[in-house]
Design a protein around this ligand. Structure first.
Ligand code: ZN
Length: 309
């Protein structure tokens, strides 16, 4: 994938190779699939992640090779001599077990039953410890709510923190939230997800009625001192909150500098030392400002959708 600083397009453009590659290759007769790791890491840890098998296509084994090892294999193949690869995989699918979303609230001063959600996901891909994906997002969401709760004047609406379970393996927590809170979605004034690591904040992706633009513009002005002014219209905010995209709840995603995110994401190297405290403080500030403003708008944000071009 290409390294990018302010969007996920490099990842979005290459990750289908991993997700859909096995079934596509099996249709062409492949008995196994070895891909070059998605991600920008130059070390020998492979980037891994979920694979989707199509029904009625043989489920062939698929593995990811680190970038330096993929380079080596590429050189061997380019010499034209036969190359043999032996697969030894120990991954398997276990039975589902029950886990839970974690929810906490700072009650609003006038409309406590209307909520603004700050969220991240509590699970991680198994190779890493999940420091940047997504303990960082969870930590920022909790801290932003704590800051709001410590202010002398709370916003009109409740600020709810939701730490979703099982983002990585099928969005079960996000789907459960959408289902269990279906009757309450009309009282969700805005939902935000932070799931892009520990980099400095750049702005937000947002999706609401287009008439929300002036309010979004005012938010960008408030965030100018920390440089989080890029407001990108369209999309669904984040994976865990994507099940809410069929509703008219205003959806947001925190955008951060991700230029080094995919050096560590979904590898053994996603560990606590990768956390950048100063960037995280700024990203937390961006979340706190967003949550306070949206929770305190007298009429709320105009609800609806912008279709992404
Ligand atoms: Zn994540």
């Amino acid at each position: 994938m290409t390294r990018g600083s302010d969007d996920m397009s490099g990842y979005g453009g290459s990750v289908p190779v991993r997700v859909t590659g096995a079934s596509r290759a099996a249709k062409g007769g492949a008995i196994g699939v070895l891909i070059r790791s998605i991600g920008t890491s130059k070390n020998r840890y492979a980037h891994t992640g979920s694979v989707r098998y199509e029904e009625a296509v043989p489920k062939v084994p698929v593995a990811a090779l680190s970038n330096p090892d993929a380079d080596l294999l590429e050189r061997l193949v380019s010499r034209g001599s036969p190359v043999r690869v032996r697969f030894r995989l120990d991954c398997r699918t276990l039975e589902n077990v029950e886990t839970a979303n974690i929810v906490g609230e700072v009650l609003g001063r006038e409309k406590p039953d209307e909520v603004v959600v700050l969220s991240g996901h509590i699970d991680s891909w198994d190779l890493g410890t999940g420091a940047i994906d997504d303990a960082a997002g969870c930590g920022m969401a909790i801290e932003a709510a704590r800051l709001i709760g410590s202010l002398p004047r709370r916003p009109l609406r409740t600020v709810r923190v939701v730490l979703f379970a099982n983002e990585e393996n099928g969005l079960a927590g996000g789907h459960a939230y959408a289902r269990q809170h279906a009757a309450e979605l009309g009282r969700h004034a805005g939902v935000m997800e932070a799931d892009s690591g520990t980099g400095r904040p750049i702005g937000f992706a947002w999706n609401a009625d287009p008439s929300a633009r002036p309010i979004i513009g005012a938010l960008a002005k408030l965030l100018a001192p920390i440089g989080a002014t890029k407001m990108e219209a369209g999309g669904y905010g984040g994976a865990d909150i994507s099940p809410l995209s069929t509703s008219d709840v205003p959806l947001f995603g925190l955008r951060q500098d991700t230029s080094t995110y995919f050096d560590y994401h979904h590898t053994q190297n996603d560990t606590f030392d990768k956390i950048e405290p100063e960037s995280m403080r700024k990203a937390t500030a961006a979340l706190a400002v967003w949550a306070y403003v949206v929770a305190d708008l007298p009429e709320g944000l105009p609800r609806g959708r912008i279709e992404k071009k």
